[in-house]
Design a protein around this ligand. Sequence first.
Ligand code: ATP
Ligand code: MG
Length: 216
Amino acid sequence: MLKVTNLYKSFGEQTVLNDISFELASGEIMCLRGKSGAGKTTLIRCICNLDKADSGTISINDIESLENGKPNKAYQNTVGMVSQGLDLFPNLNVMDNITLAPVSRKLMTKEEAEKNAQALLDSLEIGDKAKSYPSRLSGGEKQRVAVARACILSPSVLFFDEPTSALDIKATREVANLIEDIASRGISVVIITHDESFCDMLGARQIVIESGKIAN
Ligand SMILES: Nc1ncnc2c1ncn2[C@@H]1O[C@H](COP(=O)(O)OP(=O)(O)OP(=O)(O)O)[C@@H](O)[C@H]1O
Ligand SMILES: [Mg+2]
């Protein structure tokens, strides 16, 4: 499904990704660990075409991430990312946060996007928050909105960057349930985390980045 082959990335003199290869099956949950500065976020940014690797290839269901060196449009909607800071737009309500991308990219009409967004919010049990602004939501609710926003384009792979770093044990369990629910729909999930007990909770495969390579 997701296939990363011989990926290299340097920032100036510093080699951050030094020949990274791995594969991920559909519906699989995988944890990506490694020390601060190991290159975890960089790897995921490269896979999501937010950063460009120096060499190597990335494909999802045999669709390559780049086409003639430029981000491949057919690839772009197959990846979704819930970033470290969640990055919700503070000036937009929940509904508009979720529908902005599909509507502005002309992938859905506003009506379609709103119907899909509401269904996602309902399934995440925050159906009554559509008109709320992010500043009025709890940490866990913001997390769900970010998940809904990443899911509306039906990605094949969803990436989470440190989803539990600010959460207590109860909220961490809720995120684990949410991720299991996403995976049960056939979406593969990659989670960057320092939290080993969270990986164990998910029973997920773990890979560790060390000195730019995959250890273990
Ligand atoms: N745009 C950039 N320009 C220069 N160096 C960068 C850039 N982005 C990341 N780096 C460097 O690349 C290395 C890896 O950064 P990255 O953010 O991928 O680490 P990380 O494993 O996600 O760390 P953390 O656990 O702290 O989030 C770091 O040394 C960082 O300083
Ligand atoms: Mg990071």
